[in-house]
Design a protein around this ligand. Structure first.
Ligand code: GAP
Length: 444
């Protein structure tokens, strides 16, 4: 993880938030390559969920919601972690994350000092809206995007004439006052989620749940993720959230071990039932195709962390490869083997030399490719070094303009994964890249 964190900073994927002030724990900034990667992951999920499904529509709900939302959802009462504090060194721990012997002996795992009793700590960030700081002005930063979907479900049925089964997808920020925020961007206080809520008729929920498990697994396969680094974990009765009838996590084998990447949950009619109770509004669905039958839909939720997916994709892509045997540091290259659809830069254009019109020719090629691809241009340093820089950024294709290009109009197309180089007529470049992206298969 240290290598990935350091590469992420060096190449401008992710920076510590407010670094010049010593850093803000639990918060990270996405740099030029990081925002491109995050946007592409979000784009792939959005396409999968909305464009490729006739009955799923999108939503972008506000982060600030009426505080009753969080009473109805159960978060005010139940969204807590068990906490203990050390009376001596003042460290704070999640009680379920320290060794059992420390907990039972009330002994701090860091300094041996005395621990407090375990108490419940609510993870929601609380603030006040408006000028008064009283209980009437309490507002929460949303801890999940899902509730914004539930409170809009009737609006969307009416405005878009949706019929059950149907889904609503949303990508957005969520906030949790996490006590343990180590492992880079894995668990943070400010993060992004990609959630889809699928509204189904009670009784069909188990079949729909199994179908969504299949679809989410296939999605990661399509992204080109190492499938032997993914597995299912079913929640035991001690792990099930207060709203869930059944829940499975897709776990990924991160450098620190198997950890949750995404959850697929059968939330039953809990959410709509509770919002109906707390708002006084009828949240039932009226099935006009079935004698106006009324029922409260069950919800199958697929809930993935976008920022956690960024970390997964970085870990999955990271590789160190021996490429020479001269006995120095240049024998090795660091390469991010991103799928071309996710890579922040798709193609880098490099003139072999700055002089003799090669730079101008390379700039022209870049301009032509820019309309269809994310491009980069680099003319600084030896060509081998420039290839290495692009490997580290995960750029799948490099185009090199050399003296032969001036003579016969061909350029070198270099492939990141195999390092193979072929010559391609300049005029065929855009089409060739399209074909390479379409047929891309990861080789390592
Ligand atoms: N609406 C259901 C829900 O929020 P969750 O299991 O608490 O379920 C879903 O969160 C996903 O959100 C997780 O699988 C994870 O990818 C991501 N996630 C949760 N807490 C996170 C945090 N503190 N930092 C980064 N990602 C987080």
């Amino acid at each position: 993880m240290e290598k990935i964190t350091s590469l992420a900073k060096r190449r401008g994927f992710v920076f510590q938030s407010s670094e010049i002030y010593g850093g803000q724990s639990g918060a990270w900034d996405y740099g030029p390559l990081g925002i491109e990667l995050k946007n592409r992951i979000a784009g792939a999920w959005w396409k999968e969920m909305t464009q490729l499904h006739d009955n799923i529509v999108g939503l972008d709900a506000a982060i600030l919601m009426h505080p009753r939302t969080w009473e109805a959802s159960g978060h005010v009462e139940n969204f807590t972690d068990p906490l203990v504090d050390c009376k001596k060194c003042k460290s704070r721990f999640r009680a379920d994350m320290i060794p059992e012997e420390n907990l039972s002996a009330k002994k701090c795992p860091d300094c041996g000092g005395e621990l407090t009793d375990t108490r419940k700590f609510n993870l929601m960030f609380k603030s006040n809206i408006g000028p008064a700081e009283d209980t009437a002005s309490i507002i929460y930063l949303r801890p999940e995007t899902a509730q914004g979907i539930y409170v809009n479900y009737k609006n969307i049925i009416q405005s878009n004439r949706m019929k059950i089964p149907f889904g609503i997808a949303q990508i957005g920020k969520a906030f949790r006052n996490e006590i343990v925020t180590k492992n880079f961007i894995f668990r943070t206080c400010e993060f992004e989620q990609m959630e889809m809520q699928y509204f189904v008729k009670p009784g069909t929920d188990e079949a729909e749940f199994n179908e969504w498990k299949k679809q989410r697994w296939a999605y990661y396969e399509k992204l080109g993720v190492k499938m032997d680094h993914l597995r299912w974990h079913q929640h035991g009765s001690d792990e099930l959230a207060h709203y869930a009838k059944d829940a499975y996590d897709i776990q990924y084998l991160f450098p620190m071990g198997w950890r949750e990447l995404e959850g697929v949950h059968n939330r039953t009619d809990y959410d709509l039932g509770r919002h109906s109770e707390y708002s006084g509004k009828d949240m039932q669905y009226i099935d006009q195709d079935n004698n106006n039958e009324r029922y409260t839909p069950y919800i199958i939720e697929t809930s993935a962390g976008l920022t956690r997916n960024v970390l997964m994709i970085l870990c999955d892509a990271y590789d160190e490869e021996k490429v020479a045997d001269k006995g120095d540091a240049d024998d090795w290259r660091t390469v991010l083997r991103f799928h071309p659809n996710l890579a922040p830069i798709t193609v880098a254009v490099l003139p072999l030399m700055k002089k003799d019109g090669l730079a101008e020719m390379a700039q022209d090629i870049r301009k032509e490719l820019q309309e269809d691809y994310a491009t980069d241009y680099d003319q600084a340093g030896a060509i081998g070094r420039r290839y290495r820089r692009q490997d580290e950024a995960g750029t799948p294709f490099c185009v090199t303009v050399d003296y032969q290009s001036k003579e016969d109009g061909t350029v070198t197309l270099r492939f990141r994964d195999s390092m193979e180089q072929i010559r391609v007529p300049k005029a065929e470049l855009a089409a060739r890249l399209r074909q390479e992206i379409k047929n891309y298969k990861r080789i390592k």
